[in-house]
Design a protein around this ligand. Structure first.
Ligand code: ZN
Length: 330
């Protein structure tokens, strides 16, 4: 009896040594100001941008923007959305498109909004935003770079990503480089527990990504189908939901009607529990005078919610979409 007890106690002790709290993927998530409990995400916008530079991977350089100017422009928009109760924003600007963790940290500290940044590469637009090494290295090698950002921080800042952001080109068959990015994301997910958000478009392309991940033994619930509003066949939303994929309807900063239709369909067909919403709004563009026109992060609160409440949406639905689902997805 006592021998058994000792061996049980020993095995519990050993298990706890092998699993320090920092590796407890389910309970904590990295923001640009440090890890937080997943329960404190609160009302979350899962896809926005503070800064985007479209110059391309061959010319991008942080000298192209002045951090103080970006903060001056963006901060009022964060303070505005904070009044609507937003507690957390996922910044989806990837590497080589002006991902600037120190800028995000400053914006987070000045606004009081929790901000998450990402790791991964953006393959869409024919690879304009991919560095040379994305072509020469293997999926495993790329995943080591991304995992290093998770373990040691991004480019010496100590700031760690809260999710993986990749992107692929729409295609009947995913290109070799896009398949590699999906595999690298899968490997990084397996090592870090980070959720994979992939800028995609239609289900025809997204389902190929899901299959690659499934072949790696990864559950579809680790995958966020970004820009799913591009899909016109609503049955494909249902298929994705049944597989457990996260359906990201994320361009609400730019249009309302397509989202009204899709969200009503999701509610009627009882899969609001697989849907994420956001604006894909912002962003300061260094190529334009004083960063160009900034799209605010408010359409959900000022336009979408009143329209859908008239059509039967309840506070419980909004809590699901803006609080519960982001917490479960990420
Ligand atoms: Zn975006």
């Amino acid at each position: 009896m006592s021998k058994l007890l000792i061996s049980i106690l020993l095995s519990i002790l050993l298990a706890s040594c092998q699993n320090p709290p920092s590796n407890n993927f389910d309970d904590y998530i990295n923001t640009v100001t440090g890890p937080i409990s997943i329960d404190s995400l609160g009302l979350t916008l899962i896809h926005e941008h503070m800064l985007v530079d479209f110059i391309g991977a061959d010319s991008i350089n942080s000298d192209r923007w002045n951090r103080d100017s970006v903060v001056r422009k963006v901060l009022p928009y964060l303070l505005e959305v904070k009044k609507h109760g937003v507690k957390t924003i996922l910044d989806c600007t990837p590497s080589f498109l002006a991902k600037d963790p120190l800028l995000l940290k400053e914006l987070s500290e000045k606004s009081g909004i929790q901000i998450l940044t990402n790791t991964g590469y953006y393959g869409a637009v024919g690879g304009k935003y991919l560095p040379e090494h994305a072509y020469s290295e293997s999926a495993e090698e790329l995943s080591l770079r991304w995992t290093d950002e998770f373990e040691n921080g991004i480019e010496g800042t100590g700031i760690k990503p809260g999710f993986i952001k990749i992107s692929v080109n729409e295609a009947d068959t995913l290109s070799e480089i896009d398949q590699k990015l999906v595999k690298a994301a899968g490997l990084t997910h397996q090592k870090t527990g980070l959720t994979i958000a992939s800028h995609t478009g239609t289900w025809k392309t997204a389902v190929q990504e899901v299959r690659i991940l499934q072949e790696m033994g990864i559950d579809p619930s680790a995958f966020v189908w970004v820009h799913a509003q591009a899909e016109q066949d609503f049955d494909n939303y249902q298929k994705a939901a049944e597989m457990g994929v996260w359906i990201s309807l994320d361009g609400i900063g730019w249009a309302i009607d397509p989202y009204v239709d899709r969200l009503l369909f999701a509610k009627e067909n009882r899969f609001l529990n697989r849907v994420l919403i956001s604006h894909d709004a912002g962003w300061y563009d260094p190529a334009k005078p004083s960063g160009g026109d900034f799209q605010p992060f408010t359409n959900i609160f000022e336009k979408l919610i009143p329209i859908l409440n008239e059509k039967g949406f309840s506070q419980a639905d909004w809590n699901q979409l803006l609080i519960d689902n982001p917490k479960r997805a990420f």
